[in-house]
Design a protein around this ligand. Sequence first.
Ligand code: IMP
Ligand code: MG
Length: 186
Amino acid sequence: MTDEDSSDFLRVVATEEDIRLALDRLAAAIRADYADRDLLLVGVLKGAVMTMADLARRLPATVPMDWMAVSSYGAGTRSSGVVRILKDLDADVTGRNVLIVEDIVDSGRTLAWLVANLRSRGAASVEVAAMFRKPDAAVIKTDVRYVGIEIPNEFVVGFGLDYAERYRGLPFVAALAPHVYGGAPS
Ligand code: IMP
Ligand code: MG
């Protein structure tokens, strides 16, 4: 193991406190909206793990959690919108009120596909909670009912978000320094 170095990051985009406050706000809104309906949380692996853990602990402990893993076809840092299911839900969503828990909405392509997919399975409702959202999200009209923190259009890591599977465990979110992309040995 090697500790992360603070020089790996250009600047902090969302502090631990920012994230805590946003999660409190999200949970309060979700509690109110689902006060008289059953809810199924669907986390999108792997990025949403931290958001799911912290959100679920702010909701009634009876709320069930399920997980999907999806992958966008195509190389590069942009998602193509063509999505492949790597791990499907265990639960049957027919007639259920699904809340997709996402790490970040960038183009919104992955999310648009997921929402359509879960609707097609006969879910009673499908809504989205995303911890972070970038301005490009405006391009594809996906209705994200719950947004934690709006962040600028730059590549960030932390709180579940990775670069090459690294930095997911960072408790805050930071913009990555260019030298990290350069492939410095780990
Ligand atoms: P979209 O389909 O363009 O909205 O892609 C969203 C997915 O890309 C997210 O669920 C993340 O997994 C990943 N992603 C988008 N922006 C970032 C980022 O800044 N850092 C790390 N992962 C990102
Ligand atoms: Mg994701």
